[in-house]
Ligand binder design. Structure first.
Ligand code: UN1
Length: 503
Protein backbone atom coordinates (compact mmCIF):
# COMPACT_ATOMS: atom_id res chain seq x y z
CA UNK A 1 0.00 0.00 0.00
CA UNK A 2 1.24 3.47 -0.82
CA UNK A 3 1.29 6.30 1.69
CA UNK A 4 -1.68 8.64 1.78
CA UNK A 5 -1.60 12.06 0.14
CA UNK A 6 -3.29 14.65 2.32
CA UNK A 7 -5.03 16.53 -0.47
CA UNK A 8 -7.67 15.53 -2.96
CA UNK A 9 -5.86 16.82 -6.05
CA UNK A 10 -2.73 14.74 -5.46
CA UNK A 11 -4.90 11.73 -4.59
CA UNK A 12 -6.74 12.05 -7.91
CA UNK A 13 -3.52 12.45 -9.87
CA UNK A 14 -1.93 9.45 -8.22
CA UNK A 15 -4.97 7.42 -9.22
CA UNK A 16 -4.37 8.43 -12.83
CA UNK A 17 -7.11 11.05 -13.08
CA UNK A 18 -5.78 14.34 -14.38
CA UNK A 19 -7.48 17.69 -14.86
CA UNK A 20 -8.88 16.76 -18.27
CA UNK A 21 -10.76 13.81 -16.77
CA UNK A 22 -12.38 15.77 -13.98
CA UNK A 23 -13.11 19.24 -15.37
CA UNK A 24 -15.37 20.86 -17.92
CA UNK A 25 -18.47 18.73 -17.34
CA UNK A 26 -21.90 19.44 -15.94
CA UNK A 27 -21.87 17.09 -12.93
CA UNK A 28 -20.39 19.01 -10.02
CA UNK A 29 -18.89 16.73 -7.38
CA UNK A 30 -18.62 18.36 -3.98
CA UNK A 31 -16.77 16.94 -1.01
CA UNK A 32 -19.08 16.44 1.96
CA UNK A 33 -16.10 17.47 4.11
CA UNK A 34 -16.26 21.17 3.19
CA UNK A 35 -18.37 21.48 0.03
CA UNK A 36 -15.25 22.12 -2.03
CA UNK A 37 -15.65 21.18 -5.69
CA UNK A 38 -13.60 18.05 -6.40
CA UNK A 39 -14.50 17.80 -10.06
CA UNK A 40 -16.93 18.65 -12.84
CA UNK A 41 -17.58 15.52 -14.79
CA UNK A 42 -19.02 14.95 -18.22
CA UNK A 43 -22.34 13.11 -18.09
CA UNK A 44 -23.47 10.42 -20.48
CA UNK A 45 -26.54 11.59 -22.43
CA UNK A 46 -29.36 9.17 -21.71
CA UNK A 47 -29.76 8.57 -25.46
CA UNK A 48 -26.39 6.81 -25.44
CA UNK A 49 -27.33 4.10 -22.99
CA UNK A 50 -28.37 1.89 -25.92
CA UNK A 51 -24.88 2.16 -27.39
CA UNK A 52 -23.38 1.17 -24.03
CA UNK A 53 -25.61 -1.89 -23.67
CA UNK A 54 -24.94 -2.94 -27.29
CA UNK A 55 -21.21 -2.75 -26.63
CA UNK A 56 -21.65 -4.80 -23.48
CA UNK A 57 -23.50 -7.46 -25.47
CA UNK A 58 -20.64 -7.64 -27.96
CA UNK A 59 -18.19 -8.01 -25.08
CA UNK A 60 -20.40 -10.75 -23.62
CA UNK A 61 -20.17 -12.88 -26.77
CA UNK A 62 -16.37 -12.94 -26.46
CA UNK A 63 -16.02 -13.08 -22.66
CA UNK A 64 -18.44 -15.95 -22.04
CA UNK A 65 -16.21 -18.23 -24.14
CA UNK A 66 -13.08 -17.45 -22.12
CA UNK A 67 -12.47 -20.26 -19.59
CA UNK A 68 -13.60 -19.21 -16.12
CA UNK A 69 -10.18 -19.67 -14.44
CA UNK A 70 -8.70 -17.39 -17.10
CA UNK A 71 -11.44 -14.86 -16.33
CA UNK A 72 -10.36 -15.21 -12.71
CA UNK A 73 -6.86 -14.12 -13.73
CA UNK A 74 -8.24 -10.69 -14.70
CA UNK A 75 -9.82 -10.36 -11.27
CA UNK A 76 -6.56 -11.47 -9.65
CA UNK A 77 -4.72 -8.70 -11.49
CA UNK A 78 -7.38 -6.19 -10.46
CA UNK A 79 -6.88 -7.27 -6.84
CA UNK A 80 -3.15 -6.57 -7.25
CA UNK A 81 -3.84 -3.08 -8.59
CA UNK A 82 -6.14 -2.45 -5.65
CA UNK A 83 -3.46 -3.56 -3.21
CA UNK A 84 -1.01 -1.12 -4.76
CA UNK A 85 -3.49 1.77 -4.82
CA UNK A 86 -5.19 1.03 -1.50
CA UNK A 87 -4.01 4.23 0.22
CA UNK A 88 -5.03 6.52 -2.62
CA UNK A 89 -8.39 4.92 -3.34
CA UNK A 90 -9.18 4.77 0.39
CA UNK A 91 -8.34 8.48 0.68
CA UNK A 92 -10.52 9.31 -2.33
CA UNK A 93 -13.41 7.49 -0.67
CA UNK A 94 -12.85 9.78 2.31
CA UNK A 95 -12.78 12.92 0.15
CA UNK A 96 -15.80 12.01 -1.87
CA UNK A 97 -18.04 10.14 0.63
CA UNK A 98 -16.74 11.71 3.86
CA UNK A 99 -15.75 8.44 5.56
CA UNK A 100 -12.94 8.44 8.10
CA UNK A 101 -9.74 7.20 6.53
CA UNK A 102 -9.71 3.89 8.38
CA UNK A 103 -13.14 3.12 6.94
CA UNK A 104 -12.08 4.34 3.49
CA UNK A 105 -9.16 1.91 3.62
CA UNK A 106 -11.45 -0.81 5.01
CA UNK A 107 -13.72 -0.37 2.03
CA UNK A 108 -10.82 -0.95 -0.36
CA UNK A 109 -9.78 -3.98 1.71
CA UNK A 110 -13.30 -5.32 1.17
CA UNK A 111 -12.67 -4.96 -2.58
CA UNK A 112 -9.38 -6.84 -2.32
CA UNK A 113 -11.06 -9.59 -0.31
CA UNK A 114 -13.86 -10.09 -2.83
CA UNK A 115 -11.28 -10.26 -5.63
CA UNK A 116 -9.49 -13.07 -3.77
CA UNK A 117 -12.80 -14.82 -3.21
CA UNK A 118 -13.78 -14.47 -6.87
CA UNK A 119 -10.43 -15.83 -8.10
CA UNK A 120 -11.02 -19.02 -6.10
CA UNK A 121 -14.61 -19.11 -7.26
CA UNK A 122 -13.48 -19.02 -10.88
CA UNK A 123 -12.45 -22.67 -10.43
CA UNK A 124 -15.53 -23.61 -8.42
CA UNK A 125 -18.61 -22.71 -10.47
CA UNK A 126 -19.93 -26.14 -9.63
CA UNK A 127 -23.13 -27.71 -10.87
CA UNK A 128 -24.88 -30.80 -9.50
CA UNK A 129 -25.06 -34.30 -10.90
CA UNK A 130 -28.61 -35.59 -10.43
CA UNK A 131 -29.83 -39.20 -10.38
CA UNK A 132 -32.03 -39.83 -13.42
CA UNK A 133 -35.13 -42.02 -13.12
CA UNK A 134 -34.43 -43.45 -16.57
CA UNK A 135 -31.85 -46.20 -17.30
CA UNK A 136 -28.84 -45.15 -19.34
CA UNK A 137 -29.41 -41.46 -18.64
CA UNK A 138 -27.42 -38.85 -16.82
CA UNK A 139 -28.73 -35.54 -15.48
CA UNK A 140 -26.75 -32.50 -14.51
CA UNK A 141 -26.87 -28.79 -13.91
CA UNK A 142 -24.58 -26.49 -15.84
CA UNK A 143 -24.07 -22.85 -14.91
CA UNK A 144 -23.59 -20.52 -17.86
CA UNK A 145 -22.78 -16.82 -18.12
CA UNK A 146 -26.01 -14.84 -18.24
CA UNK A 147 -25.16 -11.57 -19.99
CA UNK A 148 -24.36 -7.94 -19.10
CA UNK A 149 -24.96 -7.09 -15.44
CA UNK A 150 -26.09 -3.55 -14.60
CA UNK A 151 -24.84 -2.26 -11.26
CA UNK A 152 -26.51 0.74 -9.64
CA UNK A 153 -24.55 1.71 -6.52
CA UNK A 154 -25.01 4.14 -3.63
CA UNK A 155 -22.78 6.90 -2.22
CA UNK A 156 -22.14 5.25 1.15
CA UNK A 157 -20.14 2.30 -0.16
CA UNK A 158 -19.15 3.89 -3.42
CA UNK A 159 -16.64 1.23 -4.48
CA UNK A 160 -16.96 -1.94 -2.36
CA UNK A 161 -20.52 -2.82 -3.33
CA UNK A 162 -19.69 -2.34 -7.01
CA UNK A 163 -16.65 -4.57 -6.60
CA UNK A 164 -18.74 -7.39 -5.06
CA UNK A 165 -20.88 -7.31 -8.17
CA UNK A 166 -18.08 -6.71 -10.66
CA UNK A 167 -15.64 -9.36 -9.37
CA UNK A 168 -18.33 -12.05 -9.27
CA UNK A 169 -19.86 -11.01 -12.61
CA UNK A 170 -16.49 -11.08 -14.35
CA UNK A 171 -15.57 -14.60 -13.23
CA UNK A 172 -19.11 -15.71 -14.09
CA UNK A 173 -18.51 -14.52 -17.66
CA UNK A 174 -20.56 -11.33 -17.66
CA UNK A 175 -19.66 -7.79 -18.70
CA UNK A 176 -20.55 -5.02 -16.25
CA UNK A 177 -22.25 -1.68 -16.76
CA UNK A 178 -21.84 0.55 -13.73
CA UNK A 179 -24.06 3.49 -12.86
CA UNK A 180 -22.47 4.92 -9.69
CA UNK A 181 -24.20 7.41 -7.42
CA UNK A 182 -24.05 10.89 -8.92
CA UNK A 183 -22.56 11.97 -5.59
CA UNK A 184 -19.56 9.66 -5.86
CA UNK A 185 -18.55 9.38 -9.52
CA UNK A 186 -14.86 10.16 -8.95
CA UNK A 187 -14.20 6.95 -7.05
CA UNK A 188 -15.93 5.16 -9.94
CA UNK A 189 -13.59 6.79 -12.46
CA UNK A 190 -10.64 5.81 -10.26
CA UNK A 191 -11.83 2.18 -10.24
CA UNK A 192 -12.17 2.29 -14.01
CA UNK A 193 -8.59 3.50 -14.21
CA UNK A 194 -7.30 0.73 -11.92
CA UNK A 195 -9.29 -1.90 -13.78
CA UNK A 196 -7.86 -0.48 -17.02
CA UNK A 197 -4.37 -1.20 -15.69
CA UNK A 198 -5.38 -4.78 -14.88
CA UNK A 199 -6.95 -5.17 -18.35
CA UNK A 200 -3.76 -3.91 -20.02
CA UNK A 201 -1.71 -6.50 -18.13
CA UNK A 202 -4.28 -9.22 -18.90
CA UNK A 203 -3.93 -8.58 -22.62
CA UNK A 204 -6.77 -10.09 -24.60
CA UNK A 205 -10.03 -9.20 -22.85
CA UNK A 206 -12.77 -7.85 -25.11
CA UNK A 207 -13.31 -4.10 -25.34
CA UNK A 208 -16.05 -2.63 -23.15
CA UNK A 209 -16.00 -5.45 -20.62
CA UNK A 210 -16.66 -2.93 -17.87
CA UNK A 211 -18.30 0.38 -18.72
CA UNK A 212 -19.14 3.25 -16.39
CA UNK A 213 -22.04 5.61 -17.00
CA UNK A 214 -21.67 8.94 -15.20
CA UNK A 215 -24.89 10.87 -14.65
CA UNK A 216 -28.24 10.96 -12.92
CA UNK A 217 -31.16 8.68 -12.18
CA UNK A 218 -32.36 8.75 -15.82
CA UNK A 219 -29.36 6.58 -16.74
CA UNK A 220 -30.29 4.06 -14.06
CA UNK A 221 -33.81 3.94 -15.39
CA UNK A 222 -32.66 3.38 -18.97
CA UNK A 223 -30.40 0.59 -17.74
CA UNK A 224 -33.32 -1.00 -15.87
CA UNK A 225 -35.41 -0.84 -19.05
CA UNK A 226 -32.79 -2.39 -21.34
CA UNK A 227 -33.52 -5.89 -22.59
CA UNK A 228 -29.79 -6.28 -23.25
CA UNK A 229 -29.16 -6.37 -19.49
CA UNK A 230 -30.62 -9.53 -17.92
CA UNK A 231 -29.52 -8.73 -14.36
CA UNK A 232 -29.76 -5.43 -12.50
CA UNK A 233 -28.06 -5.26 -9.11
CA UNK A 234 -29.24 -2.15 -7.31
CA UNK A 235 -28.18 -0.82 -3.92
CA UNK A 236 -29.81 2.18 -2.27
CA UNK A 237 -33.03 3.32 -0.67
CA UNK A 238 -36.26 1.36 -0.66
CA UNK A 239 -37.70 4.23 -2.70
CA UNK A 240 -35.08 3.63 -5.41
CA UNK A 241 -35.82 -0.11 -5.33
CA UNK A 242 -39.54 0.57 -5.77
CA UNK A 243 -38.72 2.58 -8.90
CA UNK A 244 -36.26 0.07 -10.39
CA UNK A 245 -37.76 -3.36 -9.58
CA UNK A 246 -41.10 -3.05 -11.47
CA UNK A 247 -39.28 -1.75 -14.56
CA UNK A 248 -36.96 -4.76 -14.57
CA UNK A 249 -39.81 -7.15 -13.77
CA UNK A 250 -41.90 -5.78 -16.65
CA UNK A 251 -39.32 -7.16 -19.09
CA UNK A 252 -38.75 -10.33 -16.99
CA UNK A 253 -35.24 -9.30 -16.04
CA UNK A 254 -33.72 -10.34 -12.71
CA UNK A 255 -33.12 -7.90 -9.88
CA UNK A 256 -30.65 -8.23 -7.03
CA UNK A 257 -31.83 -5.62 -4.56
CA UNK A 258 -30.02 -4.39 -1.48
CA UNK A 259 -32.22 -1.64 -0.05
CA UNK A 260 -32.91 -0.08 3.33
CA UNK A 261 -32.03 -1.55 6.70
CA UNK A 262 -33.32 -0.80 10.18
CA UNK A 263 -31.04 -3.00 12.17
CA UNK A 264 -31.48 -3.86 15.82
CA UNK A 265 -29.53 -5.28 18.73
CA UNK A 266 -31.22 -7.08 21.59
CA UNK A 267 -29.23 -6.67 24.80
CA UNK A 268 -30.05 -9.38 27.33
CA UNK A 269 -29.46 -9.36 31.10
CA UNK A 270 -26.43 -11.68 30.80
CA UNK A 271 -24.72 -9.60 28.07
CA UNK A 272 -21.09 -8.57 28.41
CA UNK A 273 -21.97 -4.88 28.62
CA UNK A 274 -18.49 -3.55 28.03
CA UNK A 275 -18.28 -5.49 24.78
CA UNK A 276 -21.82 -4.51 23.88
CA UNK A 277 -21.02 -0.81 24.32
CA UNK A 278 -18.05 -1.08 21.95
CA UNK A 279 -20.12 -2.93 19.39
CA UNK A 280 -22.99 -0.44 19.72
CA UNK A 281 -20.80 2.61 19.29
CA UNK A 282 -19.06 1.24 16.17
CA UNK A 283 -22.28 0.02 14.58
CA UNK A 284 -24.40 3.07 15.43
CA UNK A 285 -22.02 5.95 14.72
CA UNK A 286 -19.44 4.41 12.35
CA UNK A 287 -19.67 5.89 8.84
CA UNK A 288 -21.73 8.61 10.60
CA UNK A 289 -24.69 6.23 10.66
CA UNK A 290 -24.74 5.95 6.88
CA UNK A 291 -24.35 2.20 6.38
CA UNK A 292 -27.28 0.09 5.35
CA UNK A 293 -26.15 -2.15 8.22
CA UNK A 294 -25.96 0.70 10.76
CA UNK A 295 -27.41 -0.12 14.19
CA UNK A 296 -30.55 1.99 14.52
CA UNK A 297 -32.54 0.23 17.27
CA UNK A 298 -31.48 -1.05 20.68
CA UNK A 299 -33.88 -3.38 22.47
CA UNK A 300 -32.66 -3.57 26.05
CA UNK A 301 -33.83 -5.65 29.00
CA UNK A 302 -35.40 -3.32 31.59
CA UNK A 303 -33.03 -4.51 34.32
CA UNK A 304 -29.95 -3.14 32.49
CA UNK A 305 -31.44 -0.21 30.59
CA UNK A 306 -30.30 2.55 32.94
CA UNK A 307 -26.79 1.15 33.26
CA UNK A 308 -26.40 0.74 29.49
CA UNK A 309 -27.89 4.15 28.72
CA UNK A 310 -25.47 5.82 31.16
CA UNK A 311 -22.48 4.00 29.63
CA UNK A 312 -23.58 4.99 26.14
CA UNK A 313 -24.11 8.62 27.05
CA UNK A 314 -20.59 8.68 28.49
CA UNK A 315 -19.16 7.12 25.32
CA UNK A 316 -21.18 9.41 23.02
CA UNK A 317 -20.00 12.53 24.88
CA UNK A 318 -16.38 11.69 24.01
CA UNK A 319 -16.70 10.93 20.30
CA UNK A 320 -14.23 12.88 18.15
CA UNK A 321 -16.12 14.56 15.29
CA UNK A 322 -14.24 16.31 12.53
CA UNK A 323 -12.25 16.08 9.32
CA UNK A 324 -12.36 12.43 8.29
CA UNK A 325 -8.72 12.42 7.22
CA UNK A 326 -7.48 13.72 10.58
CA UNK A 327 -6.01 11.08 12.81
CA UNK A 328 -8.27 10.28 15.72
CA UNK A 329 -11.54 11.41 14.09
CA UNK A 330 -14.25 8.79 14.44
CA UNK A 331 -17.17 10.69 12.94
CA UNK A 332 -16.98 12.59 9.68
CA UNK A 333 -19.68 14.58 7.91
CA UNK A 334 -23.02 13.45 6.60
CA UNK A 335 -23.21 13.31 2.83
CA UNK A 336 -25.03 16.67 2.55
CA UNK A 337 -27.15 19.29 4.29
CA UNK A 338 -30.34 17.50 3.37
CA UNK A 339 -29.20 14.44 5.33
CA UNK A 340 -28.61 16.73 8.33
CA UNK A 341 -32.11 18.19 7.96
CA UNK A 342 -33.61 14.70 7.77
CA UNK A 343 -31.82 13.79 11.00
CA UNK A 344 -33.09 16.93 12.78
CA UNK A 345 -36.63 16.31 11.54
CA UNK A 346 -36.59 12.66 12.70
CA UNK A 347 -35.41 13.74 16.15
CA UNK A 348 -38.19 16.34 16.38
CA UNK A 349 -40.80 13.74 15.46
CA UNK A 350 -39.34 11.24 17.94
CA UNK A 351 -39.61 13.88 20.68
CA UNK A 352 -43.24 14.51 19.76
CA UNK A 353 -43.81 10.75 20.06
CA UNK A 354 -42.49 10.80 23.62
CA UNK A 355 -38.78 10.18 23.04
CA UNK A 356 -36.05 11.78 25.09
CA UNK A 357 -33.08 12.83 23.00
CA UNK A 358 -29.41 12.95 23.98
CA UNK A 359 -27.10 14.65 21.43
CA UNK A 360 -28.11 15.16 17.83
CA UNK A 361 -27.08 18.80 17.50
CA UNK A 362 -25.22 20.30 14.56
CA UNK A 363 -21.51 20.74 15.23
CA UNK A 364 -19.94 24.03 14.14
CA UNK A 365 -16.71 24.23 16.12
CA UNK A 366 -13.56 22.29 15.35
CA UNK A 367 -14.89 20.94 12.07
CA UNK A 368 -14.27 22.10 8.50
CA UNK A 369 -16.79 24.75 7.49
CA UNK A 370 -19.30 23.92 4.79
CA UNK A 371 -19.82 20.26 5.74
CA UNK A 372 -22.73 18.85 7.73
CA UNK A 373 -21.34 17.54 11.00
CA UNK A 374 -23.80 16.16 13.53
CA UNK A 375 -23.48 14.82 17.04
CA UNK A 376 -24.79 11.28 17.05
CA UNK A 377 -28.08 10.98 18.92
CA UNK A 378 -29.36 8.50 21.51
CA UNK A 379 -33.11 8.51 21.84
CA UNK A 380 -34.99 6.65 24.58
CA UNK A 381 -38.41 5.79 23.19
CA UNK A 382 -41.48 4.62 25.13
CA UNK A 383 -42.39 2.30 22.27
CA UNK A 384 -41.49 1.47 18.65
CA UNK A 385 -43.19 4.38 16.88
CA UNK A 386 -43.47 5.05 13.13
CA UNK A 387 -40.29 7.16 13.21
CA UNK A 388 -38.38 4.24 14.73
CA UNK A 389 -39.70 2.01 11.97
CA UNK A 390 -38.40 4.41 9.32
CA UNK A 391 -34.78 4.32 8.16
CA UNK A 392 -33.19 7.76 8.58
CA UNK A 393 -29.72 7.64 7.06
CA UNK A 394 -27.98 9.36 9.99
CA UNK A 395 -26.50 8.46 13.38
CA UNK A 396 -29.69 8.10 15.43
CA UNK A 397 -29.97 5.19 17.85
CA UNK A 398 -33.42 4.53 19.33
CA UNK A 399 -33.49 2.65 22.64
CA UNK A 400 -36.48 0.64 23.83
CA UNK A 401 -37.10 -1.60 26.84
CA UNK A 402 -38.30 -5.17 26.98
CA UNK A 403 -39.09 -7.56 29.82
CA UNK A 404 -39.58 -10.88 28.11
CA UNK A 405 -37.33 -12.31 25.35
CA UNK A 406 -40.33 -13.16 23.13
CA UNK A 407 -41.35 -9.50 23.33
CA UNK A 408 -37.82 -8.45 22.31
CA UNK A 409 -38.00 -10.70 19.25
CA UNK A 410 -41.36 -9.21 18.33
CA UNK A 411 -40.01 -5.67 18.51
CA UNK A 412 -36.92 -6.73 16.50
CA UNK A 413 -39.06 -8.12 13.68
CA UNK A 414 -41.81 -5.50 13.73
CA UNK A 415 -40.29 -3.17 11.11
CA UNK A 416 -40.66 -3.20 7.33
CA UNK A 417 -36.93 -3.78 6.75
CA UNK A 418 -35.02 -7.05 7.19
CA UNK A 419 -31.29 -6.62 6.61
CA UNK A 420 -29.20 -7.20 9.74
CA UNK A 421 -29.72 -7.98 13.41
CA UNK A 422 -27.91 -9.19 16.50
CA UNK A 423 -28.25 -10.29 20.09
CA UNK A 424 -25.85 -9.78 22.96
CA UNK A 425 -26.26 -12.59 25.45
CA UNK A 426 -24.25 -15.26 27.23
CA UNK A 427 -27.36 -17.40 27.50
CA UNK A 428 -27.22 -20.08 24.80
CA UNK A 429 -30.97 -20.59 24.81
CA UNK A 430 -31.53 -16.96 23.88
CA UNK A 431 -28.72 -17.03 21.31
CA UNK A 432 -30.02 -20.13 19.58
CA UNK A 433 -33.62 -18.96 19.68
CA UNK A 434 -32.55 -15.70 18.05
CA UNK A 435 -30.95 -17.64 15.18
CA UNK A 436 -33.83 -20.11 14.85
CA UNK A 437 -36.86 -19.98 12.55
CA UNK A 438 -38.71 -18.34 15.44
CA UNK A 439 -36.04 -15.68 15.87
CA UNK A 440 -34.71 -12.83 13.76
CA UNK A 441 -36.35 -12.46 10.34
CA UNK A 442 -33.30 -10.75 8.81
CA UNK A 443 -30.82 -11.81 6.14
CA UNK A 444 -28.02 -11.38 8.68
CA UNK A 445 -28.30 -12.45 12.34
CA UNK A 446 -25.31 -12.25 14.69
CA UNK A 447 -24.52 -13.24 18.26
CA UNK A 448 -22.26 -11.00 20.34
CA UNK A 449 -21.26 -8.99 17.25
CA UNK A 450 -22.85 -5.79 16.00
CA UNK A 451 -25.00 -5.78 12.84
CA UNK A 452 -22.54 -3.90 10.60
CA UNK A 453 -19.15 -4.65 9.11
CA UNK A 454 -20.02 -8.00 7.55
CA UNK A 455 -17.25 -10.08 5.98
CA UNK A 456 -17.40 -10.72 2.23
CA UNK A 457 -17.38 -14.53 2.60
CA UNK A 458 -21.07 -14.71 3.50
CA UNK A 459 -24.02 -13.86 1.28
CA UNK A 460 -24.99 -10.24 1.96
CA UNK A 461 -28.56 -8.94 1.82
CA UNK A 462 -31.90 -9.06 3.53
CA UNK A 463 -35.60 -9.74 3.49
CA UNK A 464 -38.82 -7.71 3.29
CA UNK A 465 -38.26 -4.11 2.14
CA UNK A 466 -34.51 -4.76 2.03
CA UNK A 467 -35.33 -6.42 -1.27
CA UNK A 468 -34.35 -10.09 -0.91
CA UNK A 469 -31.15 -9.95 -2.95
CA UNK A 470 -27.89 -11.64 -1.97
CA UNK A 471 -24.49 -10.39 -3.09
CA UNK A 472 -20.86 -11.06 -2.28
CA UNK A 473 -19.88 -14.50 -0.90
CA UNK A 474 -21.32 -17.98 -0.33
CA UNK A 475 -23.36 -19.04 -3.39
CA UNK A 476 -24.57 -15.52 -4.27
CA UNK A 477 -22.76 -16.07 -7.60
CA UNK A 478 -25.71 -18.18 -8.76
CA UNK A 479 -27.76 -15.00 -9.25
CA UNK A 480 -25.19 -13.91 -11.83
CA UNK A 481 -25.49 -17.06 -13.96
CA UNK A 482 -28.04 -18.95 -15.95
CA UNK A 483 -28.84 -22.48 -14.77
CA UNK A 484 -29.21 -25.16 -17.40
CA UNK A 485 -30.62 -28.58 -16.54
CA UNK A 486 -29.33 -31.17 -18.99
CA UNK A 487 -30.25 -34.82 -19.51
CA UNK A 488 -28.00 -37.05 -21.63
CA UNK A 489 -29.25 -40.40 -22.93
CA UNK A 490 -26.35 -42.79 -23.53
CA UNK A 491 -28.60 -45.86 -24.00
CA UNK A 492 -30.10 -47.21 -27.22
CA UNK A 493 -33.66 -46.85 -25.86
CA UNK A 494 -35.91 -43.83 -25.55
CA UNK A 495 -37.78 -44.29 -22.26
CA UNK A 496 -40.08 -41.45 -21.28
CA UNK A 497 -40.14 -39.95 -17.80
CA UNK A 498 -43.06 -40.66 -15.49
CA UNK A 499 -43.51 -44.04 -17.28
CA UNK A 500 -45.47 -42.43 -20.11
CA UNK A 501 -46.00 -44.65 -23.18
CA UNK A 502 -46.38 -42.82 -26.46
CA UNK A 503 -46.87 -44.91 -29.58
C1 UN1 B 1 -23.89 -0.96 2.62
O1 UN1 B 1 -23.95 -0.14 3.54
O2 UN1 B 1 -24.55 -0.81 1.56
O3 UN1 B 1 -21.52 -4.96 6.41
C2 UN1 B 1 -22.95 -2.13 2.61
C3 UN1 B 1 -21.13 -3.81 6.20
C4 UN1 B 1 -20.29 -3.58 4.96
C5 UN1 B 1 -21.15 -3.37 3.76
C6 UN1 B 1 -22.23 -2.35 3.91
N1 UN1 B 1 -19.45 -4.73 4.76
O4 UN1 B 1 -21.38 -2.89 6.94
Amino acid sequence: MNDIAMDAKTTLERLGLDAADVTGGSLKVMSPIDRRVLGELRELPVGEVGTVTARALAAFRAWRAVPAPRRGELVRLFGEELRMAKGDLGALVSWEAGKIISEGLGEVQEMIDICDFAVGLSRQLYGLTIASERPGHRMMEIWHPIGPVGVISAFNFPVAVWSWNAAISLVCGNPVIWKPSERTPLTALACRELLGRALARFGDAPEDLVQTMIGGADLGRALAESRDVPVISATGSTRMGRAVAPVVAARFGKCILELGGNNAMIVCPSADLEMAVRAIVFSAVGTAGQRCTTLRRLIVHSSIMDDLAARLRAAYAELPIGHPLDEGTLIGPLIDGEAGNAMTAALETAKAEGGSVFGGARVGDGVPSGGTYMQPALVEMPHQSETVKTETFAPILYMMRYDDFAEALEIQNDVPQGLSSCVFTLNMREAERFLSMNGSDCGIANVNIGPSGAEIGGAFGGEKETGGGRESGSDAWKSYMRRQTSTVNYSAELPLAQGVRFG
